[in-house]
Design a protein around this ligand. Sequence first.
Ligand code: ZN
Length: 381
Amino acid sequence: MMKSSARISKSGSNTKTRSPGFKKKEQSGFFAQNDPGKPFFGPATLQPKLEIGQQDEPHESETLKSPRLKNNKRFQAVFENKSVIEYGDQGPEVRRIQQMLIDLGYSLPEYGADGIFGPETEQTVVNFQADHPPLIIDGRVGFATIRVIDDYFPSFEITADLSEAWTIGCVLEIMCPWNSHIIENILPGFTIYMFDDFEIPQKEWTGSGWVDNPMHPRAYHWPAMNEIGFRSDLSCNEAAIGFYHEAWHAQQPPRITHVTLDREVDAFIQTEQWSIDIGIAGQVNESSNSDVKSIRSENNGQTEVDEELTRQHVSQRYGGASEIPGETIHSKTEDKNKLRVRRADGTFYERYPIEGEIVPFFDEIEFTEKNELDIGDWTCD
Ligand SMILES: [Zn+2]
């Protein structure tokens, strides 16, 4: 189904993704438009709340097929035309829809996948619908729209050994079915490196003094240098996760990237959700360099990303993550017990550290064996 080579270009963007393979019968009448001459969006609309009254409503016996959507009651209700996800909604389902739109190459340039269905998300749904005629262009995720999204993320088998050392081939096998946008549109915008190791020197304030708490990243995204890099000794599972995580960083809006804690929590949450959906091991395990050994939890038989554990993990591991919301710890000051801190608005001030806060020393990083990877011929075709 995903072998279709049809290409679409999106308004306001030069990115491309695959078109889902439509069945002809799904188009007849199913997407009947109430007023085909008037595209519109916005909460002030005369459209009925649900997409009710059209000729071919979905059958209740049908279910969503994608691992990213099925087994979720809200998504299934949307699929059965009993609910709609729209302007004003909030929560994990909104965030997951936002994530899937971003994975398809639709940007949310100011707010990202924040779980709030505001004007930006509504406009993005409008753009998605406009690219997928004959969907009704109303900025709401109803049964017809969720069916198109469902087709983009089919379940698939991974044949590569996930525990083996990574190769480009095994990573592409994991990424291409859902994330050709990352491989073909995001990564080529960066110089990609493979490295053996590097250390970010970090010092943690214990409450009475500083102790070393260095970090050895598995992957990195360095916007100032336009670089993304991956450790050479990762497993295929770890490398795929690193690709998604770093590519996610590359698509985050400035309001998130400016705050270390927010930036990492967002990337960890989205990457962990993706790894759950795809069925591979997550980012945090027994060997994690924090008290947190997993950022997943079980709820009613469903595996979910645990946001509180994610926050704990990031704040214990990442230099720069401040205990005060919106702040980023920049450096130590001349007074060795004070911090130079950046507020959310970009201004700086100095204050004493809070127990557990970590200062990074980015200008002291030294790589071992850092080699550029030629991704010129990476493709998902
Ligand atoms: Zn990160």
